[in-house]
Design a protein around this ligand. Structure first.
Ligand SMILES: [Zn+2]
Length: 253
């Protein structure tokens, strides 16, 4: 399918919505021959269960039960289902806050649910979360900071860079192809220690020319990081896979 991955020791796409691609099974068949692991986000426990079944024959994919904030109040009654799914899942997502809505009551509901979800993660011995924080970075940061037993991955961070002055040990940031092309990326990336950076596609929700991004396009993020960090691409890969190892190390503890 692509050449650069043939020479890669492995990459992890920590935020992807497999079912939303036009031909998800073709994509997964292609990826299964490559050293790629995909963390498959879902927006609800029901979607998680459906994905797990639909894509059961593919390896190198981790299905993640989610609770997408903009799905509230529709999925409010599924919170207990999420807690059940969290027992068998080490990565949870997509969860978070989205304050692009006006309704304060719904914002509060998002916050209360997220707080309960993080609490459940701690009760289960710690979970890894992929977190959405659109127009709510400050609130999401403050809440996530209170749960150091969990690993908190901020997906497509777009909040104020002032928040990045002091990054808690359990915070990570996943970078995608759109982020590296933005003017702000240089300022963003200089604030984050290398040990806290991960990769994501957010596929299929980013377009590259006429096609939707896939894990095979992540060399673009690696190359951008290589420029800023003044390292080779393989050194960047190694650094980022080291970060993944660090996160997975906690899964066994
Ligand atoms: Zn997403």
């Amino acid at each position: 399918m692509t050449s650069w991955l043939d020479h890669s020791k492995g990459i992890t796409d920590t935020h992807c919505h497999i079912q939303d691609y036009e031909a998800p099974k073709d994509l997964l068949s292609g990826l299964s021959r490559l050293p790629v692991e995909v963390w498959n986000m879902t927006i609800s426990p029901a979607q998680y269960l459906a994905n797990k079944e639909q894509f059961s024959r593919y390896s190198n994919i981790i299905h993640c039960p989610g609770f997408f904030p903009l799905e509230l109040p529709k999925i409010e009654t599924q919170l207990d289902d999420l807690f059940i799914a969290m027992e068998e899942s080490l990565v949870i997502g997509e969860v978070g806050l989205d304050y692009t809505i006006e309704d304060d009551c719904l914002k509060q509901k998002q916050f209360d649910c997220l707080s309960k979800i993080f609490t459940k993660g701690v009760e289960l011995g710690g979970r890894t979360f992929s977190i959405h924080s659109r127009r709510a970075a400050q609130e999401t940061f403050a809440l996530a900071a209170k749960f150091p037993a969990n690993t908190m991955i901020f997906h497509w961070f777009s909040g104020s860079l002032d928040l990045l002055e002091k990054i808690p040990e359990h915070f990570y940031f996943s970078c995608n192809t759109a982020m590296v092309r933005s003017r702000n990326f240089r300022n963003f990336i200089t604030k984050i220690p290398k040990g806290h950076i991960l990769l994501e596609t957010d596929g299929p929700y980013i377009e590259l020319g006429s096609k939707h991004v896939s894990s095979c396009d992540l060399h673009m993020v690696l190359d951008a990081l290589a420029r800023y960090w003044e390292l080779s691409r393989s050194e960047v890969e190694e650094t980022i896979q080291g970060n993944i190892k660090q996160i997975k190390g906690k899964w066994n503890g």
